[in-house]
Design a protein around this ligand. Sequence first.
Ligand code: ADP
Ligand code: ZN
Ligand code: ZN
Length: 814
Amino acid sequence: MGYAEVSVNSPVAQRRTFSYSIPADLSIEVGQAVWVPFGDKILQGIILELTDYPAVEETKEIAGIIEPRPVLSSAHALLARWISQYYLSPLFDAVALMLPPGFERKVLTFICRPPTPHEPDLSSLTGEQRHVVELVWRQGKVGLRKLEKALGARQARLITSKLISCGLVVKSYELEGVKVKPKWVAYLRLKIEAGEARQEAARLRQQRAIKQASLLEFLAQARQPIPLSEARKKTNCSTPVVQAVISKGLVELQPVEVKREPISYQGIAPSTPPPLTNAQKSAWQAIKASLLQAANSKAPPNVFLLHGVTGSGKTEIYLQALAEAVRLGKRGIVLVPEISLTPQTIERFASRFPHKVAVLHSKLSLGEQFDEWQRIRNGEFDVVIGPRSAIFAPQPELGLIVIDEEHEWTYKQHDKSPRYQARDVAIKLAELTGAVVILGSATPDVETFYHAQRGDYRLLQLPERVVPDEGSPLPQVEVVDLRDELKAGNMSIFSRSLSQATAKAVANMEQVILFLNRRGGATFIQCRSCGFVLRCKRCEVTLTYHFAEDVLVCHQCNYRMPVPQTCPRCLSRRIKFLGTGTQKLEREASYSFPQARLLRWDSDVTRGRYSHGEILNKFRSHQADILIGTQMVAKGLDLPLVTLVGVVNADTSLNLPDFRAGERTFQLLSQVLGRAGRGSLGGKVIIQTYSPGHYAIQTAAKHDYALFYDTEINYRRQLHNPPFSRLACLVYSHTNDALCQREAEKMKHRLSQEIESRGIDDLSVIGPAPAFIHKLRGRFRWQLILRGSEPSAFLSQIPVPQGWTIDVDPIGLA
Ligand code: ADP
Ligand code: ZN
Ligand code: ZN
């Protein structure tokens, strides 16, 4: 007899599997969904491993199979375990990422007639017991709920267990009603030949049944079943008319299952690949060779970093790599940072691989997701495109994973368990499946580039745009020193330069983007005269201003200081300058440029399914002159009428209390720069800042990634930040702030003791400090940061009490 290790859908299961024995009559496979007894319940479980010996002495038996076909591949089963171990998340949370949409449902218990009943001996039973047996035998099965309602919960349980022990009834389990069902649509179908139908129609016309006649003629002409609603609309006939032709036996209703297809292929013409440029060719050769070797299992597959500016032809490489993978009998997954912002990318895949592109999308209805999942698992698509969760698509024969804009923070799931980084999950999945990985970016994550430099990944470069713009290939950049503006008496948030350029562009009927890279709530105190920002002396991060207490706080070490009256650097009294939000910017722009039509684009404005597209279309069709927005406007948009991009305050991201602030600023500015000057009109970028000398701004303005990287990686090394260490962020939350702090201090003490007693010398605990978002939905939050080479492995051995959440490899601010 064999055993199975099962991930059980219960909050108490945590990171473990449970051993179950396999009944002789069940054939069990890895990845199958099964019923298992757990405590006094029956729960869903997923088989992760088959073993000869159980991990514990006494095991219960698997109660049944939910669906014979495995829902997880064996690679996914291993991946789920890895995610749970590495990100310290409950195992079933990791498994759930990979289950078909709508899979998690309640379990219903039934009392049934046994499959091979022998003549019942009812003599020893009470009247009530006999009554239940008779009911069950008569009906075949009765819901336990129903018995409990009729007899009371306790009595029902007593009776059924007695009857089960006598072998008179058995238990069985079913999932509650399906939340997602295939969608059926009624079609009208002729039951007679088309010719006959026409004759019939003529007869009906003579009888003045004009509507019935025209319906028949319509169906005869269509030569195929037509959706009922369409037929009714086209022939303008009512329900009684349809009923009449049905009752005459001329037409019938036919249910047809419709596959909801989220991509509309209308207007997408099939296309063929262009010949590659020389730069593309050399990148392509390396990828092609790796795909071939991986497909023949000759060599482990590679992870490639494809580094190239926007427009350098990266997407073309993805397309050709996918075509090659398909030729080799493989399939692909393509991750994009945010699906609603990448319609052009999806269209390009759809035109190169018509009807072979699946799109996974959290804004699809559950029904659409369910359909796509099933069809993907059936191998109907060459490629699945989606946001980070698409990495878990059940794509069979996975041969290629592409992560476009690999540096984007949206690849990290930070707000719920498992707090995974899709890029690292992808690399793990590739290791398990033998797929080749392409990470693409114009501004690679410093950690990714470091791995490429070390040779962990293979670096491929596309240094130039495929179609260089006439004249200057990249936009002209002007960095404006805001300190000079104030000295010159300009109190506006627009420098003289930006203000003039904006007015000129609007007068020329060109378009302008005003960009504010502000993240909600990040508030720092800046000297308006010299731009000085207060930093923590210990941690180097910016101090954050807390309104309520009127103090400055370090969100790493909890260092606190009052807001100084004068600037420590220039002694100016204009120290308390808090920056600008998009709404304020919109207001100021309407005063400064009264002739211009303004359009604001930020997450407050875009909530619905289409609003990104709507705003974009409005701007593209020149219904507005100035677009005001946050990060979003920096994403991959081609807007030929835009000749000017103004970065209103580059310091907002520079002063985030986070060691990645410089990197973030460089990425955002580079993206913004990539937006400008894509049309024939050319373009200009104006960056306003109090820190014109900062390396992130300097290198972004010069389009110099290499110099940025060299500077940044040195800081990382000096301060022992990733990639020279790994971090884990532990957050404790509670409605009582003081209790939170005490709990965090207790934890710090525990962790420090463990570190010491185990003699681990490269692990340190930073904090506790209030989390950057100190209060969230009525709960206070305090954090500890663990820094070292293996914080996750260390934490996995320490029981972490309730109330704590752990984020391994955190990104951004907790
Ligand atoms: P990226 O993904 O790096 O932004 P793209 O692949 O989108 O670059 O290429 C930029 C533009 O150049 C696109 O319009 C694309 O169709 C075109 N392009 C890419 N490769 C070639 C090629 N080999 N020949 C002609 N045009 C190309
Ligand atoms: Zn100052
Ligand atoms: Zn500090």
